[in-house]
Ligand binder design. Structure first.
Ligand SMILES: [Zn+2]
Ligand SMILES: [Zn+2]
Ligand SMILES: [Zn+2]
Ligand SMILES: [Zn+2]
Length: 134
């Protein structure tokens, strides 16, 4: 392990990775049989059967891991840092998040919408612009 000191999110994602969906835990629960942690919906999806022990098991919420994950910082592709549990709020303001064009059905990120607008709605944009000059 040469990069054990790395604070990158990749290490974090590996450490808090659900063995069923291979993604970061979503509502983590700990199973009684072996103490492993899974997402609640994942263990439910396999009929509450632990994939390691291959037996039906009981589980309780893993609040410690949930807190660590919620409080962990993630970096969006747009360069903004936020806590994982604030991802939904960030989505609304993220400039890379696809949104619908104001004038047609085109969907794209802020940059794509700008390019698209200059190409397809130049007249509309210019008209709106000249209204300020009048
Ligand atoms: Zn999972
Ligand atoms: Zn188990
Ligand atoms: Zn973003
Ligand atoms: Zn458009």
């Amino acid at each position: 392990m040469t990069d054990s000191y790395s604070m990158g999110t990749k290490k974090f994602d590996e450490e808090f990775c659900c063995p069923i969906c291979l993604d970061v835990f979503n509502d983590p629960v700990v199973v009684r049989c072996c103490g492993n942690t899974y997402c609640e919906k994942c263990i439910q999806a396999v009929g509450a059967k632990c994939p390691y022990c291959d037996i039906k098991t009981e589980f309780t919420k893993n609040l410690i891991i949930k807190r660590i994950i919620d409080e962990s910082e993630v970096k969006c592709k747009c360069g903004v840092f936020f806590k994982r549990n604030e991802a939904l709020q960030h989505k609304i303001v993220c400039r890379l998040e696809p949104k619908k064009c104001r004038y047609c059905a085109f969907i794209g990120c802020a940059e794509d919408r700008l390019k698209h607008g200059m190409k397809d709605h130049q007249d509309v944009i210019l008209r709106a612009f000249t209204q300020y000059i009048d």
